[in-house]
Design a protein around this ligand. Structure first.
Ligand SMILES: C[S@@+](CC[C@H](N)C(=O)[O-])C[C@H]1O[C@@H](n2cnc3c(N)ncnc32)[C@H](O)[C@@H]1O
Length: 253
């Protein structure tokens, strides 16, 4: 089954200027008062979530496992006139690909669940290696503790109309496997004048991880001020209520 990451144009269909504004405001809130100048996003994808940081004046670098996603990101960076350095690599081996540090290293877009729990821990350690003393580690993720508690199976997206008038309907159906892994079956139905004109199915694989795994690894690495908020951050909520969270933590000087 095809991965959506092999079809970056389709991956990008859902992003909009309105969504970008929401993320820009989110980052403004999360990074306000933090001494951050240069940022590496190690799951950059096509960059929609991260280009907003360029808009805010940060010097942004990106890496990702998918060359296809990065090729689209490169095109967009050129169009937008952002000088973004892009590297193709697995975030579990991040430090082998960079010989400099950053005031913030991040992983955006629920990417960490694409590797197993050992891989998540390894990635956090690799990210840490590139964080300057006094700098920040930041990530966002689906709240897997909540997903596993509720055994959610369906995720509906609000339909939207593309510029060419085609309405895009999308639903995800989640399968739970005995080894703890999950498959997201992503179903897209394209509709014009009330008729479905095209259907597509993609598949992504996740291995849920608990917030405790992240917290304990960061604490062991000496991180302080571990702050968890909803993504996007409009208001404070109890962790159990958050569907998608972000976490910011400070490395000691
Ligand atoms: C849901 S996308 C998020 C992309 C982007 N941050 C965004 O929010 O649109 C997840 C990304 O993680 C990347 N990814 C998955 N496994 C990875 C790994 N082991 N190392 C680096 N990137 C990985 C995928 O290629 C994909 O671009």
């Amino acid at each position: 089954m095809a991965s959506l990451y092999d079809f970056p144009d389709i991956y990008d269909e859902r992003f909009s200027e309105k969504a970008n504004t929401v993320y820009r405001e989110h980052y403004q809130k999360m990074f306000s008062g933090c001494e951050i100048t240069d940022i590496l996003d190690c799951s950059f994808g096509t960059g929609d979530l991260t280009f907003e940081l360029c808009e805010l004046g940060y010097q942004v670098s990106g890496s990702d496992l998918s060359r296809t996603m990065l090729a689209k990101a490169e095109q967009k960076a050129e169009q937008k006139g952002f000088p973004v350095d892009l590297t193709c690599c697995d975030f579990r081996e991040l430090s082998q690909h960079f010989c400099r540090d950053f005031s913030c290293v991040m992983s955006t877009g629920n990417a960490l669940a694409h590797v197993d729990n050992l891989g998540v821990e390894q990635t956090l350690r690799e990210m840490d290696r590139l964080v300057r003393p006094g700098g920040y580690l930041y990530l966002d993720s689906r709240n897997w503790d909540k997903v596993l508690k509720n055994r959610d199976r369906f995720l509906y997206y609000p339909p939207f109309i593309r510029e060419d008038g085609v309405r895009v309907n999308c639903v995800q159906v989640w399968d739970y496997h005995p080894d703890g892994a999950m498959t997201a079956n992503i179903l897209n139905a394209y509709e014009s004048e009330g008729k479905i004109i095209r259907q597509e199915v993609y598949e992504e694989h996740w291995m849920p991880f608990s917030i405790e795994l992240v917290r304990s690894t960061l604490k062991e690495l000496g991180y302080r001020d571990i702050t968890i908020k909803p993504l996007p951050y409009f208001q404070d909520l109890d962790f159990e209520e958050i569907g998608w969270y972000c976490l910011r933590a400070r490395k000691p000087i």
